[in-house]
Design a protein around this ligand. Structure first.
Ligand SMILES: C[S@@+](CC[C@H](N)C(=O)[O-])C[C@H]1O[C@@H](n2cnc3c(N)ncnc32)[C@H](O)[C@@H]1O
Length: 255
């Protein structure tokens, strides 16, 4: 994890980013859970989605970023939000649902963390997780390419986010603790305004570990080179947009 997350940068593409959050919430096979935890709740957009799905439930949002928590508290004053590092968090015993949208990809070696969450659930409780599975997409390959050749190469050499474990590894880790495990991928195709918008999308997330270590003078240069590669990888469609293909992995385990 890098410094603090910027909630305003992240919220720029809120509608499109919230779509997988809704798709994940829709698959949680419980009618009326009492208590739902949103893990890595960010600025509260996924929490809001959960509240629409389960209007009767009580919610707790957990995140490590003070900036995100601040935005979330302002947005949803009726919800309890708490700061914690999920890698070390001890799950409480009162949850019916642990839900996490677009967060666990930032937590290395997260399989034991997911197992711990699942084991803390009562029978019939659900663990629902979505993670971008895009480290081999042109958007991410291009970041690595630019990082490897510039004057910043030394400073950025350990940056790439790790590839997710295989679906088989998730299945075998979760199945012994669950009565039902469902794993699937969805490839979203987001129509964005060309390379500029694609770069902007990732400025709030995957680009941060590349841009944060650079000086003020270096950042624009990194982005110029990055956008040049994006323009080649994402052609312009009939309406002037470019389609950002975005594969995401969904995990659902019922205790
Ligand atoms: C991409 S945002 C997702 C926000 C929201 N769930 C959504 O669906 O839009 C990832 C969030 O995970 C949080 N995060 C990253 N690593 C974390 C950790 N180890 N513990 C707790 N939160 C973490 C970040 O602060 C950020 O708010």
């Amino acid at each position: 994890m890098t410094a603090d997350w910027s909630a305003s940068q992240y919220l720029k593409f809120e509608d499109q980013r919230t779509r997988p959050a809704r798709d994940l919430a829709a698959q949680v096979p419980l009618d009326s859970p009492r208590k739902v935890y949103d893990l890595g709740c960010g600025p509260g957009n996924s929490t809001e989605t959960l509240m629409e799905r389960f209007p009767e439930a009580e919610f707790v949002g957990v995140d490590s970023s003070p900036d995100m928590l601040d935005k979330a508290r302002k947005r949803l004053p009726q919800v309890k939000f708490m700061q914690a590092d999920l890698a070390r968090w001890m799950p409480p015993a009162d949850a019916d649902v642990f839900y996490s949208n677009a967060t666990f990809q930032w937590i290395p070696d997260h399989i034991p963390v997911l197992q711990r969450l699942l084991q803390a659930l009562p029978e019939g409780g659900a663990l629902a997780v979505q993670m971008p599975d895009n480290v081999n997409e042109p958007s991410h390959r291009s970041m690595r390419e630019v990082a490897a050749v510039g004057p910043w190469a030394d400073r950025l050499k350990d940056t790439p986010r790790e590839q997710l474990p295989t679906v088989q590894a998730y299945y075998d880790a979760l199945r012994p603790h669950a009565r039902h495990v469902d794993i699937w991928h969805t490839h979203y195709q987001h129509p964005l305004d060309g390379a500029e918008a694609i770069a902007d999308w990732f400025k709030g997330t995957a680009l941060r570990p590349y841009l944060d270590p650079l000086s003020e003078a270096e950042r624009p240069e990194f982005l110029v080179q990055y956008k040049a590669l994006l323009s080649k990888a994402y052609p312009t469609q009939c309406d002037g947009k470019s389609l950002l293909r975005f594969p995401r992995l969904f995990l659902l385990a019922v205790r």
